[in-house]
Design a protein around this ligand. Structure first.
Ligand code: AMP
Ligand code: MG
Length: 335
C-alpha cells in the first residue's frame, strides 16, 4: 500500500488488485483501516475471479454439466443479480459469456481473432437460462458442460458498494473509492467530487507514467457512483481493425455500434456496472431511451464522432474540457 497526503488534506491510498489500480481517498490518516479495506477487496477478488484456476466461481465453472456447487452469500447474490440482468429483454449483458471471453483473451497475452467455427461453438455454451440457481442450498449449477460464468462486468461495482457500506459503518461519510475506474463517491467537504471522464484511447497514468491524462470533461457530484464501459478500456488491433472486450452474446464478436463509451451515474455502483455494460450494448438510440426511463440512473454517451449525449444533469454537473467534443440534444440530433 502507498499512502500520500494530497495538497487539500486528502489522503490517497493506492494499491493494485484485480489487475487494476485501486485508490481510496479519505480525510484522515489511518493505514490500519485502509489495509483492512484492501484485504476485503482482495477477499472478494479471490472468490469472484475467473483469471485463476481456483476461486468459488471457478468451482462452479469446473463443475459445469456435472453437479451443483454451494457458494458463499456474496457469490450467490452476485450471480443471482447477474442472471437477472442477462434475462432482461434485449439485454446484451450475459453472465454466461465466459467461454467467449476465454476464447478471445482480449486484454491478455495471445489475444487474436479466433476462428469463426470456435466462436460459433462457444456461443452454444452461453445461454444464461442454463444457469441453475437454488436458493435453499445457495448453490449454482451450470447445466451444460463447458459453460462458464464471468463476473468481469459486475464484480467491481458490487465490491465498491461493499467498501462504501463498510466506511459508513465506521462512521466515515466522506471519501472516494476508485476500483480501476469504477468510482463511488461519498461526501466531499467542498460539496462535490470532481471526476474526470477519460478521453477514449488517451493514455492512462498507470499505463505510461509520463502520459498526460486527457479528459473529455468532468463530472461533479457526491454520494453517487460513476462507472464507464468503453471500447478503449481493453482491446487489440488486427489487420487495422479494433477488437474490444465487450462481446455481443448474439454474434460472439465485439459489439459494434456508434459508441465509444457509456458512463452511468447511479446511487449504487453495482447498478452503474450492470447498466453501463448493458446500455453500451444497446447502442445510442435504444440505450439513451432506456437510461432516460430509469429514474435511478443517468447516462453520458460518447460517440465515435465526438458527440456527447447526457440524459439529464439533475444529479450532477458536467463541465466540458475537450473542445473536439460537442454536447448534443438527443431530440434534435441528426439521425
Ligand atoms: P465492463 O467493463 O463492466 O463493461 O465489463 C466488461 C467485462 O465483462 C469484459 O472484460 C468481460 O470480462 C465481461 N463481458 C464481456 N462481454 C460481456 C457481456 N456481453 N455481458 C457480460 N459481461 C461481459
Ligand atoms: Mg460493467
Amino acid at each position: 500500500m502507498k499512502s500520500v497526503l494530497d495538497i487539500e488534506g486528502v489522503y490517497s491510498y493506492t494499491t493494485v488488485l484485480m489487475g487494476s489500480p485501486i485508490l481510496l481517498k479519505l480525510f484522515k490518516f489511518d493505514e490500519q483501516l485502509v489495509s483492512h479495506i484492501f484485504g476485503v477487496i482482495k477477499h472478494y477478488e479471490d472468490i469472484f475471479t475467473v483469471n485463476r484456476d481456483q476461486s468459488e466461481v471457478m468451482d462452479i465453472n469446473h463443475a459445469a454439466g456435472i453437479h451443483p456447487v454451494s457458494v458463499s452469500q456474496p457469490v450467490f447474490d452476485l450471480i443471482k443479480i447477474g442472471k437477472q440482468a442477462s434475462l432482461i429483454p434485449h439485454s446484451s449483458f450475459n453472465l454466461a459469456i465466459g467461454p467467449l471471453v476465454k476464447l478471445w483473451k482480449i486484454g491478455f497475452k495471445g489475444d487474436k481473432v479466433p476462428p469463426d467455427n470456435e466462436i460459433q461453438e462457444a456461443l452454444l455454451k452461453t445461454n444464461p437460462e442454463q444457469i441453475g440457481i437454488d436458493i435453499p442450498t445457495k448453490s449454482v449449477f451450470l447445466l451444460q458442460q463447458g459453460m462458464e460464468i464471468d463476473l468481469g462486468a459486475i464484480a467491481k461495482g458490487y465490491i465498491a458498494d461493499r467498501v462504501r457500506d463498510y466506511l459508513l459503518h465506521e462512521k466515515i461519510n466522506q471519501g472516494l473509492i476508485n476500483l480501476g475506474g469504477n468510482i463511488l463517491t461519498l461526501g466531499a467537504p467542498t460539496g462535490f467530487w470532481s471526476i474526470g471522464l477519460r478521453k477514449p484511447f488517451s493514455k492512462k497514468k498507470d499505463q505510461d507514467e509520463n502520459a498526460d491524462e486527457q479528459f473529455v470533461g468532468t463530472i461533479e457530484l457526491e454520494n453517487m457512483s460513476v462507472v464507464t464501459s468503453g471500447i478503449y478500456e481493453r482491446y487489440f488491433e488486427q489487420d487495422g481493425k479494433l477488437y474490444h472486450h465487450i462481446l455481443d452474446p448474439k454474434t460472439g464478436y465485439p459489439i459494434n455500434n456508434e459508441l465509444d463509451s457509456v458512463t452511468i451515474i447511479s446511487k449504487n455502483s453495482i447498478d452503474g456496472d450492470i447498466w453501463s455494460t448493458l446500455i453500451f450494448g444497446m447502442g445510442l438510440e435504444k440505450g439513451y431511451q432506456v437510461a432516460s426511463r430509469k429514474p435511478d440512473l443517468e447516462g453520458i454517451f460518447l460517440t465515435k464522432n465526438h458527440e456527447i449525449f447526457i440524459t439529464s444533469t439533475e444529479k450532477f454537473r458536467f463541465k466540458l474540457i475537450d473542445e473536439s467534443y460537442h454536447i448534443v440534444d438527443f431530440n434534435s440530433r441528426n439521425k
